[in-house]
Ligand binder design. Structure first.
Ligand code: F6P
Length: 504
């Protein structure tokens, strides 16, 4: 049924962007400003090819795919992650969802708050730094939030370490005094090899420095508290969260502990509140005014009708430098699938590759391809009106004017008789412009992207909440650890041998 609608979408007329702007109501129709707890955020999708007919077809697909029903099921705590038999309840962590799950999340938050305040008021002696060890969803969110929100200083300095490469952990060691450092071990499963290996080495670092009870300096952030306790973390320092919170959606749970410690509880609560406001918008706003649906519709239009294989995100704000990394996991791990929730081939492109960087740096590196290359790449620009620095206002003014200039240039292009100097134009971009970058605004921004990812997946019939694609490589790495190079193809066996790992 939807297949023919996708075909209809592909066959729709393709007016150029500047033709679309002939409609004087275009900006009003496709640019929405939401008043959110941290200030306003303007979502300007007018420089995309969304128009009445495109939106109509996509709304029809949304109806065919029962996206609103799926949204209801998610907020209602139904087991929409069908391949793992789990509900999807990250929104309960910020107070929206099935009442029992919300109560449980609030109780877990109270526990987390108690520990944050105990550390900040000195119950653990002098604590100057926290090494947060986790990977993927257990690291990317904390790293983003801390980098974005603590540029002016933090209550406790946090170092996020994810990679198994010892260089990462050693760098954190070199910046911390083991006697005034605590460790947060963040792992939903409490089995991830990188995290457990780094944790052992961090304990050893403390022990060698003469810290008497290194295990007494550990906080576990996990959905598997029994495993954490078995490993040696005292129950009073295990901060649990529900299995129904996916790893890449877990920043709102106790995985956000380092953020709460760095900012203090009030700011962490504001971060949650910003996300809650976006949950309510997504849940309550009619489809045609819903910024989440609008963004997802544009994503799908480009991936499906125009066959764009990537989408780019440029933060014109140094504080959001880690946002593209965060969105890569969110979008690619959620929707980088080939089968629908019932295991049948999707038969269409799924998640494009998410990539990006920071402006203006990226302008001097990759924007050539955006303006004149042969790929059509929809771009999101994200900027903040209030400057994050205290230097001459010229810095921020030039930053923002460059951001807006890029969107205008991509759209308008420029004719020239000299091919090398001609810009085709008609290249789409969306702009998200925030009043300020405070905890609540960051919460709203991240929640917006979570729901956008959900709608993208739901429109294609994908289960956005499993990630079986990461398992095979892990299993093979384990096999190498136990059995060495035996049984591998010639290339892999030779690589193992060259690196001296082949013996088994
Ligand atoms: O390997 C992928 C993954 O399972 C991610 O989905 C997850 O965020 C990450 O590993 C870390 O997992 P955990 O929190 O269980 O250590």
């Amino acid at each position: 049924m939807s297949e023919s609608a996708w075909t209809t979408l592909e066959a729709l007329p393709r007016p150029r962007l500047e033709q679309l702007f002939a409609d004087p109501r275009r900006l009003e129709a496709l640019c929405t400003t939401l008043d959110l707890p941290g200030g306003a955020i303007r979502f300007d999708w007018s420089k995309t090819h969304l128009d009445g007919p495109v939106i109509e077809v996509l709304a029809q697909i949304a109806a065919d795919m029962d996206v609103e029903g799926k949204r209801e099921a998610m907020f209602g705590g139904e087991a929409i992650n069908n391949t793992e038999g789990r509900a999807v309840e990250h929104t309960a962590q910020r107070g929206v969802g099935c009442p029992d799950s919300v109560d449980q999340a609030m109780a877990n938050h109270q526990r987390m708050r108690g520990l944050v305040e105990a550390i900040l008021t000195g119950d653990f002696g002098e604590v100057k730094s926290l090494i947060h060890i986790g990977i993927g969803g257990s690291a990317l969110g904390p790293a983003l939030a801390i980098d974005a929100l603590t540029r002016d200083g933090a209550r406790v300095e946090v170092h996020v370490v994810s990679n198994i490469d010892g260089c990462a952990l050693e760098q954190a060691f070199s910046r911390c005094d083991p006697k005034t450092t605590m460790l947060a071990l963040a792992s939903k499963t409490f089995t991830t090899i990188e995290t457990m290996t780094n944790a052992e080495s961090a304990i050893e670092w403390m022990r060698q420095a003469g810290v008497e009870d290194p295990y007494g300096r550990i906080i576990a952030l996990t959905a598997s508290p029994a495993k954490a306790m078995e490993w040696g973390v005292d129950e009073t320092r295990c901060l649990p969260f529900s299995e129904t919170v996916g790893g890449r959606y877990s920043l709102w749970s106790s995985i956000g502990f380092p953020v709460a410690l760095a900012l203090g509880w009030e700011d962490f609560a504001a971060f949650l509140e910003g996300a809650t406001a976006m949950d309510r918008h997504f849940y309550e706003a009619p489809l045609h005014e819903n910024v989440v649906f609008r963004a997802a519709f544009a994503d799908l239009y480009y991936a499906q009708a125009r066959r764009c294989e990537t989408r780019a995100v440029f933060a014109y704000d140094e504080r959001l430098a880690l946002l593209p990394d965060y969105l890569q996991q969110l979008e690619m791990e959620s929707n980088g699938k080939s089968v629908t929730a019932d295991g049948k081939p999707v038969g269409r492109p799924t998640a494009p590759v998410t990539w990006g960087g920071v402006g203006t740096d990226a302008q001097h590196a990759v924007f050539q391809l955006l303006h004149q290359g042969t790929h059509l790449i929809p771009v999101d620009f994200i900027a903040v009106i209030a400057s994050g620095d205290t230097l001459d206002p010229a810095h921020h003014r030039i930053l923002l004017s460059n951001c807006f200039a890029q969107g205008a240039a991509l759209m308008a292009g420029q004719k020239s008789d000299d091919g090398a100097r001609a810009y085709p134009g008609d290249r789409p971009s969306a702009t998200i412009l925030c009043d300020d970058l405070d905890p609540a605004t960051l919460g709203s921004l991240i929640a917006f992207h979570e729901h956008r990812t959900f709608v993208n997946g739901a429109m294609l019939g994908i289960n956005s909440f499993d990630q079986f694609g990461v398992e095979l490589g892990k299993a093979i790495a384990k096999r190498i650890e136990s059995e060495g190079a035996a049984g591998f193809d010639a290339s892999t066996a030779a690589l193992l041998e060259a690196a001296g790992i082949g013996a088994g």
